[in-house]
Design a protein around this ligand. Structure first.
Ligand SMILES: Nc1ncnc2c1ncn2[C@@H]1O[C@H](COP(=O)(O)OP(=O)(O)OP(=O)(O)O)[C@@H](O)[C@H]1O
Length: 478
């Protein structure tokens, strides 16, 4: 029996009964409908692999016009639909017209059983390949085509990390990446994908920390048109779009407990049901998850479901914070000085030994991301071809920035113009500089330092999503 979901639409009950008896022996599921007005509802409920549609409805009708009109309606609802028309009055002209309007094939009554089965089998295959192509197209749209970035390291713990990456990559095992913000978890996840058997397929990055609870299901599982007020068309979910490739679940530790349960069900059953759909869709994804939660917090059942943890962490890789691998700082600094010099079309830029000492002594609460930003800023602002200590405005990361009485943060690290009295405030305790752009930059820089570059916490404090914070950090070069 072939996998396939067939709909037969005809007002002749005898045809429906005969068709159902015949096709049931060949396909998974056969649904019959004697009133074409029900077609839109049936299509809203489920997807059919092929539709067998009569051309004439009602006594005495033989023009075929009704069939063509219903064909148009079906193609508007689902342009991928496979429609095979049936008519007792089939002429070549009608067949040509129907094919022009999107019909896949044409059979005449009285039909020959073998011909109906063969035509529908070919139709089902066509429908399935159209649907795969569509999933792929959607997946490719969300796929950010970024070339692989080098992972710079010298530290033995990082060498251990890379060894695990090489070993785990070619297997389909779930990988859990642990580490503070900015330690390189996403970079490592991409490296695993690039070395895996799925390298030619999509790497889908899903930031669970940026997904609101209300969007969780529709974003991850997709939805059918009409499932809720804003669902104006069918939408493929991120998990389905990742099928065949790697699904990177970032900030998995931030998921609320009931959403953890939903994620677990998907990972166990390897299928998702889009919101408003009646049929589950099988998905084939390799899951790599990441979190900045420390191991002890993850082991706490009240914070994270242990059954979900065991699904995710077949291989667990711990990325050390940059302060524990200070030996990597000179390498990373030189790498990024060269990278940004090229990006900003500057002659070769080197980092002086004194600057490397200062950079190596700093604690880098935002880890490699913060170091990368510091180098970028220094390359942009310095005029010479050697970066010196004064090109880096590093404050002690243990100092929590003071807030002004008005709630506006004081300028951090000397990278902002401050008012003449050095406090950044006027006599009335109000910030002297009211430029909105600069205030926003200052607030973001302050929040990042206050939360030691924990993006989720800083975003929460600032009242914006993680994605919005990343955009602004990019904008202000923070
Ligand atoms: N070893 C490394 N070599 C080169 N660049 C690195 C390295 N580690 C991290 N980076 C760079 O640092 C930045 C932050 O890395 P990444 O986004 O992978 O961190 P993360 O741990 O996923 O952060 P978050 O938890 O905030 O999502 C990126 O620009 C990345 O390219």
């Amino acid at each position: 029996m072939a996998a396939g979901n067939i709909l037969i639409v005809d007002d002749d009950e005898d045809i429906l009964t005969a068709g159902k008896l015949l096709l049931k022996r060949h396909f998974d599921r056969v649904v019959t409908c004697n009133r074409p007005e029900h077609i839109p509802d049936l299509l809203a409920d489920r997807t059919f692999d092929a539709i067998l549609l009569d051309m004439n409805f009602g006594p005495g009708e033989s023009t075929g016009r009704q069939g063509l009109a219903w064909l148009d309606r079906i193609m508007t609802i689902d342009p991928r639909a496979v429609v095979v028309l049936i008519t007792a009055h089939g002429g070549v002209d009608m067949a040509v017209e129907a094919m022009k309007r999107g019909a896949t094939d044409f059979i005449t009554k009285p039909w020959q059983n073998e011909k109906v089965v063969a035509t529908l089998s070919a139709g089902v295959k066509l429908g399935q390949s159209r649907s795969e192509a569509d999933t792929l197209k959607k997946a490719n749209k969300v796929l950010a085509r970024t070339p692989e970035q080098p992972i710079i390291f010298d530290n033995p713990a990082m060498a251990g990390v890379m060894d695990m990456v090489e070993r785990a990559a070619p297997t389909d095992a779930g990988v859990l990446l642990l580490g503070e913000n900015g330690t390189g978890k996403e970079l490592v996840a991409r490296a695993i994908h690039a070395r895996s058997l799925r390298a030619g397929s999509v790497f889908m990055n899903v930031d669970l920390g940026a997904l609101s609870e209300s969007l969780f299901e529709s974003e991850l599982f997709g939805h059918k048109k009409g499932a809720f007020t804003d669902a104006r068309e069918d939408r493929t979910g991120l998990i389905e779009a990742a099928s065949g490739g790697t699904l990177f679940l970032d900030e998995v530790g931030n998921l609320a407990p009931h959403l953890q349960a939903k994620l677990l069900t998907v990972l166990e059953q390897r299928q998702i049901t889009p919101v408003g759909a009646t049929r589950a869709v099988r998905v084939d994804v390799r899951v790599i998850a990441a979190t900045n939660l420390p191991r002890e917090r993850l082991a706490d059942e009240t914070v994270f479901r242990q059954d979900l943890l065991f699904r995710l962490n077949t291989v667990e890789i711990d990325l050390p914070p940059l302060r524990d691998r200070a030996g990597d700082i000179p390498l990373l600094s030189r790498h990024y000085a060269g990278f940004f010099a090229r990006k900003y079309q500057r002659p070769a830029v080197t980092v002086s030994a004194a600057a490397l000492d200062v950079l190596s002594a700093y604690a880098w609460p935002g880890n490699v991301r913060e170091l990368r930003h510091a180098i970028e800023r220094a390359v942009i602002l310095s005029s010479g071809d050697v970066l010196r200590p004064q090109d880096f405005a590093l404050s002690s990361p243990s100092v929590t920035p003071k807030l002004t009485p008005a709630g506006a943060p004081a300028a951090p690290g000397g990278d902002m113009d401050s008012a003449a009295d050095g406090t950044g405030q006027d006599g009335a305790g109000l910030p002297a500089d009211l430029n909105l752009g600069r205030l926003e930059k200052t607030a973001i820089a302050t929040a990042l330092r206050k939360h030691r570059y924990n993006i989720s916490h800083a975003a929460k404090d600032l009242g914006v999503t993680r994605a919005a914070l990343y955009r602004r950090m990019e904008k202000y070069g923070l």
